[in-house]
Ligand binder design. Structure first.
Ligand code: UD1
Length: 442
């Protein structure tokens, strides 16, 4: 049956061996309205930051995604009581007076964002043991800036039995920290470690992603003193304690950008409700250059397009540059655009694994180092492909929407890590896509 309501089944949420696939029949045009939930890359850090204050933190606009389930389990294993209201999109986290210091290694390995508990735990209770984290297979993803920064704050950090262990005999001590690269995760960890430190911490060359501003605002509401929110120099005056608060998660700009690109690829017309156009500046500029019409509204923005898109060149960079998390989706767009496109990836070293799968659909592209040249293909044709990470999976689904015939995307648990109700939302927009149990992986 086409477009059954097949939400992510709760019993499969934590079954790491559950195997499902999406079956996409190409040729539909996306039209209508889609609601954008809170950002995965914000909510996971807000959940980690709840460890900084005893009592009940309440988060709203929480997306119904696998990574939130895993992070909830990470916190529960540290002694927090986590309550989830899926219908309301809220989560409440009751943090104990003394949370545990040792994160469950099996859970931590499943999501990269779990490393975000390191900063709050060492900042609040002077000790944290976190297994080296997992997550998407998109490169080496080192943690040296996290470790160096924590050391500058006075923590002793070692690797013991495959885990990062950070200890501090008293409160951490404010320090000047210069990041070699504006790492999202290192900025967040050091921010969360420094809010309870003695004295002033300056984080220079900090990442400026909207999710970091969201975390700063959340911490400020808890009582943290942070200057420079949204900029590349964050100045934190440590306080002795923080209080739990309620907070609404910032909308997910990557999910919004994915639907926007889908609208352009399918020559559609989509109202992206709750999408923040100001967080997608360069992305929407590029889509306009590809021929799309972008109309900002009071609570979102509309993307419409007619005719085959014009090709665009894209270079990924830390915010406000073009986000690496929209790279596979934009490569899929270029595969069906009119001209030749040069795309450069500057953040992760293995994003182009996705290109191998796109080639199976008939895309004309060639990678060289961190560049990919995409030539216009006469047509894409359905095939069996494998999602290697959350964004690659989204890119393959978008390509399937415009490929002739049927595309089967395997390993969709990766997509479930970041896209709430992806199948339902695409169906509501007119796509022909369904989720089914997988029988064999190509
Ligand atoms: C976060 C996002 C991810 C996004 C990325 C860049 C989450 C859960 N994930 O990942 O979706 O693609 O930001 O916008 O929020 N690096 C080091 N040493 C370090 C830290 C990072 O070399 O100590 C390198 C990484 O290997 C990578 C680059 O810096 O090549 C960017 O990493 P970072 O900005 O830290 O990304 P994440 O926080 O892992």
């Amino acid at each position: 049956m086409r477009c059954r309501r097949t939400g992510r089944p709760p019993e499969q949420a934590l079954a790491s061996n559950s195997v499902e696939r999406f079956v996409v029949t190409g040729g539909s045009r996306l039209a209508g309205e889609v609601l954008i939930p809170g950002a995965k890359n914000s909510v996971l850090k807000l959940m980690a930051a709840s460890l900084l204050a005893p009592g009940t933190t309440t988060l709203s606009a929480v997306p119904d995604i696998l990574d939130v389930d895993v992070m909830a389990d990470v916190l529960s294993a540290l002694g927090a009581r986590v309550g989830r209201d899926l219908a309301a999109g809220t989560i409440s986290i009751e943090t104990p007076d003394v949370p545990g210091a040792v994160a469950d290694p099996e859970l931590v390995r499943r999501i990269r964002a779990s490393v975000a508990i390191l900063g709050p735990l060492v900042g609040r209770r002077g000790e944290a043991r976190v297994a080296l984290p997992g997550g998407d297979a998109i490169g080496a993803r080192a943690l040296d800036m996290h470790v160096d920064g924590l050391r500058r704050l006075g923590a002793v950090v070692d690797i013991e039995d495959g885990a990062l262990v950070a200890r501090s005999s008293g409160r951490l001590q404010g320090a000047a920290i210069w990041l070699d690269f504006p790492s999202v995760g290192a900025t967040e960890n050091l921010l969360m470690a420094s809010v309870l430190a003695k004295g002033t911490t300056v984080i220079d060359n900090a990442a400026r992603e909207p999710e970091i501003a969201d975390l700063c605002e959340f911490l400020a509401r808890m009582g943290a003193r942070i200057e420079g929110i949204g900029g590349s120099t964050l100045v934190v005056d440590g306080v002795e304690e923080l209080r739990p608060v309620a907070h609404e998660t910032v909308p997910d700009r990557i999910v919004a950008g994915t639907y926007a690109i889908g609208a352009v690829m399918t020559e559609g017309d989509v109202m992206i409700r709750h999408g923040r156009a100001e967080h997608l500046g360069i992305v929407l500029e590029k889509l306009a250059a590809a021929g799309a019409r972008i109309e900002p509204g009071a609570d979102g923005f509309r993307v419409s397009s007619t005719g085959r898109p014009r090709s665009i060149d894209v270079v990924t960079l830390p915010y406000p540059g073009f986000p690496t998390d929209l790279l596979p989706q934009v490569i899929a767009l270029e595969a069906v655009s009119q001209g030749i496109s040069l795309i450069t990836e500057n953040v992760f070293d293995s994003r182009f694994v996705f290109c191998r799968e796109l080639l199976r659909l008939g895309a004309q592209l060639r990678t060289d180092g961190h560049h990919v040249v995409v030539r216009p293909a006469p047509r894409l044709a359905g095939a069996s492909v494998v999602a290697s990470d959350v964004r690659a999976g989204a890119g393959l689904v978008l390509a399937g929407l415009v490929a002739e015939g049927t595309t089967v995307v395997h390993e969709v648990h990766h997509i479930d890590r970041g896209y709430a109700g992806f199948v339902e939302n695409l169906c509501a927009l007119g796509a022909d896509i369904r989720r089914e149990r997988d029988v064999a992986v190509a």
